[in-house]
Design a protein around this ligand. Structure first.
Ligand code: SER
Length: 324
């Protein structure tokens, strides 16, 4: 692609979409990045910095219309139902994550879209997978509907790449921690909620046990990973739709202790609920050496650096909400 890509982002109002869209607009020009979601954008930053369209990925014609109208050649397909919501409503998870992805892939095939980004997840792993330093190639037998849709999604994307020449690239994201938009319906959401609770009430009740270690990543690294993989030389990629990536692993108790270094009177309590079983089926730590070798993956934020930046951003956001 010599000229600027013409980009469509699905799920642009979500946790990753709301930040990735703005970075893409800065990089490729606002007019070249069409943000879409099934709900109207409420964030002025998203709504007012470039084109925004309503797209429900379960209705193929809504994707088709935008791809044709804006001559889209690259799609970041972020619309998805996460693990906890998926267990509450498995039919919805299947519909959005499988039928929605199939619709996006079919429009991409018919309209000759060149490149597609697909976010997979640590949820592809299951209780039979080695939980420490989880390998790139390993057992994929998830127990959640979300995980099942993500494994099927990886395979479906690989099929379109191999059979039909669509340049699909995908990452198995760990839990993503961010300050701009709250995640919704995920098992790793506690790692975002805890910051808002610590800053506002000095108290948080966590829905996972204190010793539940999960792989995590701060949003700037999530965006960096996405952009780096999408820009990678295709001749170096042995994998395509399923790269393991991680930045650090942490338990709720360790995250609370790191926050307490900055807010000494912060108290965290634990009342595990149905999400504990989901977390217990996921890895502790991830081997991401394939991503490091094939496209130079290297995270920038470790746990202490992430906590410092998150507290600064959450404090700024909350004080702005009070004043603005
Ligand atoms: N953050 C996601 C979730 O908890 C995992 O990919 O569902």
């Amino acid at each position: 692609m010599c000229s600027s890509p013409r980009i469509l982002v699905t799920g642009a109002c979500g946790q990753i979409g709301s930040e990735l869209t703005l970075v893409l607009r800065e990089k490729y020009g606002s007019e070249n990045v069409v943000a879409t979601d099934r709900r109207t954008a409420t964030s002025p930053r998203l709504r007012d910095t470039g084109p925004f369209e309503l797209v429900d990925v379960t209705r193929r014609e809504t994707i088709q219309a935008v791809v044709t109208r804006y001559k889209i050649d690259t799609i970041y397909h972020l619309a998805a139902i996460l693990s906890a919501t998926g267990e509450q409503n498995p039919q919805l998870a299947w519909d959005v994550n499988i039928n929605g992805l199939y619709n996006v892939l079919e429009v991409a095939r018919q309209e000759e879209v060149a490149r597609l980004f697909y976010p997979s997840s640590i949820a592809v792993f299951g209780p039979e997978t080695p939980r420490d330093n989880t390998p790139q190639e390993t057992i994929l037998r998830p127990r959640t509907m979300y995980g099942i849709t993500k494994v099927a999604g990886e395979l479906l994307c690989a099929y379109y790449a191999r059979r039909l020449g669509l340049d699909v690239r995908g990452i198995r994201f760990p839990g993503i921690i961010s300050s701009e938009t709250l995640p919704g319906g995920g098992t790793t959401d506690y790692a975002v909620e805890i910051f808002y609770a610590a800053v506002t009430h000095r108290h948080y009740t966590c829905f996972l046990r204190p010793d539940t270690v999960l792989p995590m990543m701060y949003m700037p690294d999530c965006i960096k990973a996405t952009l780096d993989l999408m820009a990678a030389d295709p001749s170096r990629l042995k994998h395509r739709t399923d790269f393991n990536v991680t930045a650090f692993s942490v338990s709720p108790a360790e995250l609370a202790a790191e926050i307490q270094k900055h807010i000494p009177d912060f108290v965290c309590k634990y009342e595990p609920d149905y999400r504990q079983a989901i977390a217990d089926s996921w890895p502790h730590t991830i081997d991401d050496s394939a991503a490091r070798e094939e496209w130079g993956w290297q995270p920038e934020y470790d746990l202490p650096a992430m906590v410092v930046d998150m507290l600064e951003k959450v404090r700024a956001k909350l004080s702005c909400e009070l004043v603005c």
